[in-house]
Design a protein around this ligand. Structure first.
Ligand SMILES: [Ca+2]
Length: 478
């Protein structure tokens, strides 16, 4: 059972920050299977807190509408998360905000009332922890919403506002509309950019961060960290890790991750570069096994091993089309990529509903409500996802065992993971022909099949991998 890594308040005084802050991700990260929850869309556990414009659960999402999902709903579905097997949750923003996605914060110190209140949130963390599930939350610190009190004051008082230097205002009075006269995120007037050069802004945000971290969360996912100064993230890391040395910090980084994984800011990035390679090889069939291997080598290059096994490896998120849609609803392509996600180094991260085959294009389509009616769920994907989670948890080799590419024959992408007591051999064939596994002689003994896609569970004496097929073997005691 999970024990919170949060020290008692009295212990903080004993903490020597310089000594206590690890440059590396916490050890629990690589043993995790993450599940991302967009709170408005997961489950409505309390119709009493639904916002006035809540639509029916089965309606299609648009940029504006609400569906009534909340924290009580997540609590009600903890048994579902346990049965699925995930052991960590990432929540999209949960602070007060007028939108359904809540990336435009109006109050950093208040839980969105349509999700619950502080008590519900504490109860949510306690219940998830009791179930052995860790919690990270979304930190949106590049910009506020225009309904945030400091920006409201600037709009009201113009150059006389005490908070005018909290933002980058080019002139007064503040003008919104199509051409705002202040800096904002991607020119959205509702998302004014905070001035992190102003020490008051940094102090305020760090207080907010200390408050939520002290409540016992297990880490943060950082929204657009590349648009905020690195100095701010260095302070952020020191603060968060001084409160909870086991906290896990994941940055939303779409480009190469290397500058974020040097021990002074993030522990991991949302590995979108890895996802691009997975799409090219598994979903789109645009590259062959060797090209895929080289893209992965590049994605891992020069990173310390601890960062490689702690990467947040995702097939989709609230910011991408659903992976099943990316695969053109081709189940074989979806499942082969899923097997790869669960056998390759890095944290497998599921986006809510992917496990039951929810499809949809980019936002807002990728933010459909969770389907709780079994007849509307893809039971094949659900069964296979559960099985892969089980395998991932069963074999230490898959969590943090070493990784080696292995040439296993033409057309096959292959590798071996070696743990303390077992090894896993993975063979993927994304060509349109059958491929034969050619295991080097010294590697040939003792393998037994543990998973396959597109074929049965024969041993290596039957060496074929069918087109769009996978075969996974293990040997050893695990
Ligand atoms: Ca509700």
């Amino acid at each position: 059972m999970y024990q919170s890594g949060l020290a008692e308040p009295a212990d903080y005084k004993k903490v020597d920050i310089a000594k206590s802050i690890s440059l590396l991700p916490p050890g629990w990260a690589s043993k995790s299977i993450f599940y991302q929850i967009f709170p408005d869309r997961f489950y409505n556990g309390d119709p009493g807190n639904d916002p006035p414009n809540t639509v029916s659960w089965n309606d299609n999402p648009n940029f504006e509408n609400f569906f009534g999902g909340d924290f009580q709903g997540v609590i009600a579905k903890i048994p579902y998360l346990l049965e699925l097997g995930v052991n960590a949750v990432y929540f999209n923003p949960i602070f007060a905000s007028p939108s359904n996605h809540k990336y435009n914060t109006s109050d950093y110190l208040q839980i969105a009332p349509e999700f619950g209140d502080l008590w519900t949130f504490k109860n949510l963390i306690a219940q998830l922890h009791q179930a052995g599930i860790r919690v990270i939350i979304d930190g949106v610190f590049n910009h506020t919403g225009d309904t945030f009190w400091a920006f409201q004051d600037v709009m009201k008082r113009g150059c006389k506002s005490y908070f005018k230097d909290w933002y980058y205002c080019r002139e007064f009075p503040i003008r919104q509309g199509a051409h705002p006269n202040y800096e904002c995120w991607w020119n959205f007037g509702t998302l004014p950019k905070l001035n992190h050069q102003n020490p008051e802004v940094t102090r305020y945000l760090l207080k907010v961060i200390a408050f939520w971290t002290s409540l016992g969360i297990d880490g943060w996912r950082l929204d657009v960290p590349n648009e905020v100064t690195m100095d701010f993230w260095r302070l952020f890391r020191k603060l968060v890790k001084s409160i909870n040395p086991e906290a896990f910090i994941v940055g939303e980084i779409w480009d190469d991750p290397f500058s974020w994984l040097t021990g002074d800011s993030c522990d991991a990035v949302m590995n979108y570069r890895w996802r691009e390679a997975v799409i090219r090889y598994f979903a789109a069939g645009q590259i062959n096994a060797e090209q895929f291997r080289l893209e992965l080598v590049n994605n891992r290059s020069n990173l310390p091993w601890e960062f490689i096994i702690s990467a947040y490896n995702l097939l989709g998120s609230h910011d991408t089309p659903r992976f099943l849609t990316v695969c053109n609803d081709d189940l074989r392509r979806y499942l082969t990529a899923l097997v790869f996600q669960f056998t390759y180094p890095g944290i497998p991260a599921l986006y809510y509903g992917d496990e039951i085959g929810i499809n949809g294009g980019k936002d807002p389509e990728c933010r459909k409500t969770m389907c709780w009616d079994e007849s509307g769920q893809n039971q094949i994907i659900l069964r296979e996802t559960k099985q892969l989670i089980k395998i991932r948890k069963q074999y230490q080799a898959l969590q943090n065992g070493s990784y080696h590419d292995l040439h296993l024959g033409d057309g096959i992408f292959g590798f071996v993971r070696s743990g303390k007591t077992e090894q896993i051999l993975a063979c993927f064939n994304m060509t349109h022909e059958c491929a034969c596994i050619e295991v080097p002689h010294e590697w040939s003994n003792g393998w037994e099949p543990i998973y396959s896609v597109g074929c049965g569970m024969s041993g290596l004496n039957y060496p074929e991998v069918p087109p769009l097929g996978v075969r996974i073997f293990k040997r050893g005691k695990g």
